[in-house]
Ligand binder design. Structure first.
Ligand SMILES: O=C(O)C(=O)C[C@]1(C(=O)O)C=C[C@@H](O)C=C1
Length: 325
């Protein structure tokens, strides 16, 4: 029998999402399938190519990952079955990866590492380049990473062209393919190894406690997988979080009415993100996360969902999961 056991993640190998996916599922015998963009992870899960997906949703320094919120809110109805079934927090420690100016072209192509890479004494103060980076003319990274490294970029790489990439590991891949050695990527230690790049600077993110939260997604009502741990088998309802996306009617007080439903059912909200709904200019979708577990029948979450149905224009259930912090 062909048992689906694939986990789709934002690739290529070496992204932070890949590392989060390994943390979540490595022990369970899954196969890991890199995807080019966050949307492709949703496509793979919706189309049964993968049984689980892993996507970034929020960074502690730079805020929400808009692409993920928009795909979850799914205004075009392309992902009707996708729900969140878990979360993973991952410490994000960015590096500047590239080639040092002192290396000759033949050293770059032979893959020989210069001393700076493995020399523990080579690192200067936190975030300071280990070698001269004056030769860097182009920087690649995922847009989320720019906002996590503002101080480093403003201090050492001001005025250098920035090119957005679909992920930080893709940024490292593009840097590795630049034979002039004048490109650099903001990426991970793991991507440095995967793409054979030097670590020009390490720990260049603004905050020491920089973390990204990732969502684990699946299809609602998917058959339980023999590979996945049961997701809702432990703790009380306060150990779970739930997610909905809603649009309210265009009239005074409509958002207040929606929020009052959560209060009336004693439900504690943990975040509200606002996104353009896509239906008309200045019309918004609210992605709302709260403490609570949705029971099969009854319970405060089901009662709140029923009441929300009476006061909002549209509400989409987006899943519940055991909270990890
Ligand atoms: O590009 C990666 O490596 C990713 O996994 C994506 C992502 C994100 O979108 O937030 C994940 C962690 C970091 O915050 C930067 C980028």
């Amino acid at each position: 029998m062909n048992i689906p056991n694939k986990v789709a993640y934002l690739g290529p190998v070496g992204t932070y999402t890949h590392q989060a996916a390994l943390n979540a599922y490595e022990e369970e015998g899954f196969q890991f399938e890199p995807q080019v963009e966050i949307k492709s992870v949703f496509d793979a899960v919706q189309n049964d190519i993968a049984i689980r997906g892993v996507v970034p949703v929020e960074n502690s320094t730079n805020g929400a990952v808009m692409a993920t919120l928009d795909l979850l809110a799914d205004i075009q109805g392309r992902y009707p079955d996708i729900v969140v079934c878990g979360e993973v927090y991952f410490d994000v420690r960015h590096c500047l990866l590239g080639r040092s100016a002192t290396r000759t072209e033949s050293e770059w192509t032979s893959g020989r590492s210069p001393q700076t890479v493995n020399d523990p004494n080579a690192a200067g103060p936190k975030g300071t380049p280990r070698v001269s980076i004056k030769h860097i003319k182009r920087l690649y990274s995922h847009p989320q990473a720019w906002g996590q490294c503002t101080l480093f970029l403003d201090t050492f790489l001001t005025g250098v062209e920035r090119v957005d990439t679909t992920s930080t590991s893709r940024a490292a891949e593009l840097t590795a393919s630049d034979s002039t050695g004048t490109s650099a990527a903001i990426s991970s230690l793991s991507a440095a190894h995967v793409h054979g790049l030097e670590i020009l600077a390490e720990g260049i993110q603004e905050k020491n406690d920089n973390k990204t939260r990732f969502f684990l997604i699946k299809k609602q009502n998917a058959q339980p997988s023999p590979f996945a741990r049961p997701e809702q088998s432990h703790g009380t309802k306060d150990d779970y979080k739930s997610l909905v996306a809603l649009t309210v009617r265009d009239r005074p007080g409509s958002l207040v009415e929606a929020l009052a439903v959560f209060r009336d059912h004693d439900i504690n909200l943990t975040s509200i993100q606002t996104r353009p709904s896509g239906t008309a200019p200045w019309n918004y979708t609210f992605v709302i996360e709260f403490v609570g577990l949705r029971a099969v029948q009854g319970g405060s979450v089901n009662r709140a969902l029923a009441d929300l149905g009476d006061v909002v224009e549209h509400v989409k259930w987006l899943g519940c999961w055991h909270k990890e912090s």
